[in-house]
Write a protein that binds this ligand. Structure first.
Ligand code: ADP
Ligand code: ADP
Length: 232
């Protein structure tokens, strides 16, 4: 079964002669428990693709399915709730709150959703991301790689079906990137989640089960079991 499906999804920004077609009738499906990288030149529609898949952007036409739930056509309030309950987000800029500790940052999505923190699961997630000893630190005291792992932990704390990551390693050195990618791999293999990741980095893409290539808002190619050499 599929965690996410896009059926003939188009997205236009602006209108008239200023209209930009960021996605052009894209159809794609992502089986549960798989890790997919989305690649393509700047402006090819990668972020729009990810945002439509995760209910952050509304397609101009077409359907987006999250499991059996259709996202298209829902009011913003319902989309907000669906995102909060079922999707984890990881961005390049981490979006951590500097005044909060690691633990408070990680558990923030639970507080926003009025959900209790399961201390056992919190421990498990913090251990999985290798931050068990840093729970009381603040983001400013951590390296970029550690901060990104806090962001991944925060994305996982609600146990979402789908994790979307936009350039999660874009700001990281090789070693930190590798840890974050191994962590995303673990999320898929060990926790059964479905990960969609936008990346420019062939090495990052080689951690995925498959790669979708976008060009001018269309799917220009796909690879399964990609190697970094094939993707570059
Ligand atoms: P990528 O992530 O591959 O760089 P994007 O999805 O960000 O591509 O953008 C695809 C196209 O849509 C580009 O031409 C971009 O300028 C345009 N675009 C993206 N977001 C907006 C927006 N909010 N308003 C207008 N144009 C946008
Ligand atoms: P990337 O290439 O990494 O996807 P961009 O710098 O293209 O990032 O876009 C960053 C943000 O700006 C995205 O949220 C995108 O939707 C928005 N954006 C991109 N292009 C435009 C545009 N032409 N007008 C307005 N917003 C845009």
């Amino acid at each position: 079964s599929y965690a996410v499906r896009l059926e003939s999804v188009s997205k236009e920004y602006g209108s008239g002669k200023n209209a930009v077609r960021a996605l052009d009738a894209v159809t794609a499906a992502f089986p549960r428990g798989t890790f997919t990288a989305v690649m393509g030149p700047s402006g090819s529609g990668k972020s729009t693709f990810l945002n439509c898949a995760a209910g952050l952007d509304r397609p101009t036409s077409g359907r987006v399915m999250l499991g059996d739930t259709e996202l298209s056509g829902r009011p913003e309030s319902e989309l907000t709730e669906l995102r909060r309950d079922r999707i984890g987000f990881v961005f390049q800029a981490y979006n951590l709150l500097g005044a909060l500790t690691v633990e408070q940052n990680v558990t923030l999505p639970l507080r926003l959703a009025d959900r209790k923190t399961d201390q056992g699961f919190l421990r498990e997630v913090l251990t999985a991301v290798g931050l068990g000893e840093h729970v009381k630190r603040r983001p400013g005291e951590l390296s970029g790689g550690q901060q990104q792992r806090v962001a991944v932990a925060r994305a996982l704390i609600t146990n979402p079906e789908v994790v979307v990551a936009d350039e999660p390693t874009g700001a990281l050195d090789t070693r930190s990137s590798k840890r974050v990618l191994e962590l995303l791999r673990h999320v898929v293999d060990g926790m059964g989640q479905t990960v969609l990741m936008v990346t420019h980095d062939p090495v990052a893409a080689s951690f995925a089960d498959s790669v979708v290539f976008l060009a001018d808002g269309r799917i220009a190619g796909e690879l399964t079991r990609p190697t970094a050499e094939q993707v570059a």
